[in-house]
Design a protein around this ligand. Structure first.
Ligand SMILES: C[S@@+](CC[C@H](N)C(=O)[O-])C[C@H]1O[C@@H](n2cnc3c(N)ncnc32)[C@H](O)[C@@H]1O
Length: 211
């Protein structure tokens, strides 16, 4: 199964995910905080929360966070780091029907959708569990980077391992969102060293559920 293969690779990556230099991981944190800083939330659903890079920050801005991940080992790191009482960790696969609860006013996807082939499933489930007006934040490796061959990868004892990735064009995100009844609030591109003359590393999109 594709999902379990991805989960097993992230189980392995969990040992070094937080400690090895990773500009994509670090830039996404900046994107997430600068786009969501002006808001506070009631119930947040964090998809692919991983080792909890954004979880504690989201918990400070909300009443409750449900953080879901496929990889028990990635989440084990997060559970150790994030001890806030308003965070519930759940193991789950976002490519299946969601049973993570509903009435969320924010869903976040940080660096996870490159591992998900069918974006329409994600947006239709997001629309189902978000309240009207709720926000959906997506930040992913920019497709321009994907076109040049960039993928999620890490060094292991056996050498370089590459996680299965799908290329999503910008219109794949926006069309999947529009079909599920979202409006587009913002689209931003994030560059290494703020250098806009280079290929952008990350694409972020902020959607609102029209309900
Ligand atoms: C690159 S990490 C990002 C982690 C964290 N969001 C961050 O920004 O550091 C991708 C995460 O997505 C999770 N993931 C991948 N496919 C998934 C799926 N189908 N369902 C749930 N989580 C998934 C992986 O286990 C991993 O923890």
């Amino acid at each position: 199964m594709a999902g379990s293969k991805v989960g097993k690779l992230y189980d392995e990556w969990s040992a070094t995910y937080d400690t090895v230099a990773n500009p994509t991981r670090d830039l996404e944190k900046r994107a997430c905080e600068s786009l969501l800083d002006q808001h506070s939330f009631e119930r947040v659903l964090e998809l692919g929360g991983g080792t909890g890079k954004n979880t504690a920050w989201l918990a400070e801005r909300s009443r409750e966070v449900v953080s879901v991940d496929l990889s028990p080992e990635m989440q084990a790191v997060a559970r150790k780091k994030v001890t806030a009482a308003n965070v519930e960790f759940r193991i789950g696969d976002v490519t299946a029907a969601w049973n993570f609860g509903n009435v969320f006013d924010l869903i976040t996807c940080s660096l996870i959708l490159e591992h998900v082939e069918d974006l329409r499933h994600i947006f239709s489930e997001a629309a189902r569990v978000l309240i009207p007006g709720g926000r959906f934040y997506v930040c992913e490796l920019h497709p321009f980077k994907q076109y040049k061959g960039s993928k999620a990868r890490f060094e292991s004892k056996e050498g370089l391992k590459v996680v299965e990735c799908f290329t999503h064009h910008i219109s794949d995100y926006t069309n999947a969102a529009l079909i599920s009844g979202f409006s587009i609030e913002r689209i931003d591109e994030w560059f290494d060293g703020y250098d806009r003359s280079t290929v952008p590393r990350l694409l972020s999109l902020l959607f609102r559920n029209k309900g």
